[in-house]
Write a protein that binds this ligand. Structure first.
Ligand SMILES: *[C@@H]1O[C@H](CO)[C@@H](O)[C@H](O)[C@H]1NC(C)=O
Ligand SMILES: *[C@@H]1O[C@H](CO)[C@@H](O)[C@H](O)[C@H]1NC(C)=O
Ligand SMILES: *[C@@H]1O[C@H](CO)[C@@H](O)[C@H](O)[C@H]1NC(C)=O
Ligand SMILES: *[C@@H]1O[C@H](CO)[C@@H](O)[C@H](O)[C@H]1NC(C)=O
Ligand SMILES: *[C@@H]1O[C@H](CO)[C@@H](O)[C@H](O)[C@H]1NC(C)=O
Length: 232
């Protein structure tokens, strides 16, 4: 802890010029966003869930320069900012967030340790379907903010896809692929065998032709006898 604070303070003093130049540079290079605060709701920010179930609204934050008084907020159908589910503040990397929950059935389950500000939404109803926004604002990055959305679709029951046809197609395709592979393997093996045999034959031919060459060299060209001593 103490080591860290002594390290971050000089860095902190360095930030303004460093930030300004890197911002300018990054604006040209277009890489600034990889350094700034980011809120992440996952690779597939979409979930279909049955009414009455409990869902996790996932959100993580990331910032290369670290956080300080990070404010975060979960809201629903963002058109109305009062549709807050939950918000909170995280003082620094070592402090657990102070959170306020504004809606029944919402439970904060995040933690600073894994930079997680996810919430659980208990016993969902059809009215819960919509777009959830995870918003973050980092004081350490001069109030830079970012948000990510997560779409929840509430369904009566999860669609049971009739897999029979898929299975048939899959096994047909699988069988075909298997046959093809057998064929390819067999073909390759045969080709390999032929190649091996040819190689052997070639070896025989080469050695015999080598002898032939020396014999020829004796009778004619000068280049061939030069080659054969090298081989030996
Ligand atoms: C989901 O909604 C359907 C239709 O409104 C209802 O019949 C069913 O009981 C609900 N399921 C749960 C788990 O609440
Ligand atoms: C969710 O529903 C169950 C059963 O209906 C109930 O026991 C539980 O208290 C509910 N949880 C919340 C957070 O509303
Ligand atoms: C956030 O924390 C919750 C509760 O521990 C966990 O279920 C969830 O997987 C975490 N989310 C991510 C993105 O790590
Ligand atoms: C939230 O938005 C979705 C579509 O984005 C809409 O279908 C739903 O009715 C909205 N819910 C509320 C409570 O405004
Ligand atoms: C979320 O970010 C987009 C741009 O990425 C911005 O247009 C929008 O206003 C932001 N929403 C909030 C609530 O800050």
């Amino acid at each position: 802890m103490e080591m860290r604070s002594t390290v971050t303070r000089p860095l902190h003093g360095y930030h303004p010029p460093h930030l300004r130049t890197s911002l300018l540079l990054a604006l040209f290079l277009g890489v600034w966003y990889s350094q700034a605060l980011e809120m992440i709701t996952g690779k597939i920010p979409y979930l279909e869930a049955v009414n009455g179930s409990t869902v996790l609204l996932p959100c993580k934050y990331a910032s290369c320069v670290g956080i300080e008084d990070l404010y975060f907020r979960w809201s629903f159908n963002d058109t109305d900012p009062s549709n807050k589910l939950c918000d909170g503040k995280i003082k620094d990397e070592h402090t657990e967030p102070k959170t306020t929950v504004y809606k029944d059935r919402v439970e904060f389950v995040g933690s600073t340790v894994d930079q997680n500000v996810s919430v659980l939404l208990w016993n969902i109803t059809f009215e819960d379907g919509g777009v959830y926004t995870c918003y973050g604002k980092n004081l350490k990055e001069k109030g830079r903010n970012h948000n990510a959305t997560f779409t929840l679709v509430v369904v009566d029951q999860l669609k049971v896809v009739d897999n029979t046809l898929t299975l048939i197609i899959a096994s047909c395709v699988g069988g075909a692929i298997g046959l093809l592979m057998c064929y390819v393997l067999l073909k390759n093996f045969t080709l390999w065998m032929i190649a091996k045999m040819e190689e052997r034959n070639k070896e025989c031919l080469v050695t015999s032709s080598g002898i032939d060459n020396t014999e020829n060299g004796l009778s004619g060209s000068k280049s061939t006898p030069k080659v054969t001593p090298k081989k030996a």
